[in-house]
Design a protein around this ligand. Sequence first.
Ligand code: CP
Ligand code: NVA
Length: 289
Amino acid sequence: MVKHLLSVGDLSGKDIEELLADCVDVKTHPEKYSDSFKNKTLVMLFQKPSTRTRISFEAGMTRLGGHAIYFDPSGSQLSRGESVEDTAKTLAGYADAVMARVFAHETVSELAKNSIIPVINGLSDLEHPCQILADLFTMKECGKLEGKIVYVGDGNNVCNSLIVAAKILDLVFTVSCLDGFDPSIEGANIIRDPAKAVEDADVIYTDAWISMGDEKEKEAMEKAFMPYQVNSELVSHAKKDFVFMHCLPAHRGFEVTDEVIDSENSVVFTQAENRMHMQNAILLKLVKG
Ligand code: CP
Ligand code: NVA
């Protein structure tokens, strides 16, 4: 297993399979792990807002018997010019792992390069590995990991991590995104027409059209993306028992309508819960080996 988790691509197929198996045990037998992180500390550095990532890592550390510290860079010496390198070296003297949510992927890479303790990417402009590893687990729980998986919308960080995971695990994966908003990671099977892309799909996944840090020309972007909205008409092309996935937060009425996200096909809150279980499986592997 790798030392840091910056990209899904840091993992081999075997690593991912092991994490998926470990996650079953972490989720169903939390009592087995309640002392695993006794006296251990996770530092959580956030350059951007978060609900799920912050709370799931913090609650997850509590479940493992450890402690998490929320680190706001704007209130720290980073905001006054202390380098990422010096920050990484300092944190290693106090903590057992660092989770960082950053604007530029280079920041989390720089942290990892200078850190003797594991660094976990909690979302960057390039990838969102914890999200996608948890989502693979959710797909497996739903019996859909071997099915046809389609991502619809903006080719963003979440889409990138799905592309990387699909390559490693050889998944049947298609991206349907607006022309000009293709994922920055190459190699995806792209079908421009969303209705054609989701034909007989087992999984339909979408995410915000405008990611954090990408907020320019909001109204024009929302109009241009409308043909990619996941609504009742679009999902009527999928299999009857398809599952709807979204990493959340959702922008209801934009990338997804209420009738889809609130339908029986939707597993979005299971995805959110599984973040905690998968991240604990990841922490256990990275910190304890
Ligand atoms: N999905 C996800 O990472 O959510 P938050 O932005 O709330 O952490
Ligand atoms: N693509 C979104 C994911 C939020 C969890 C963003 O980067 O804002």
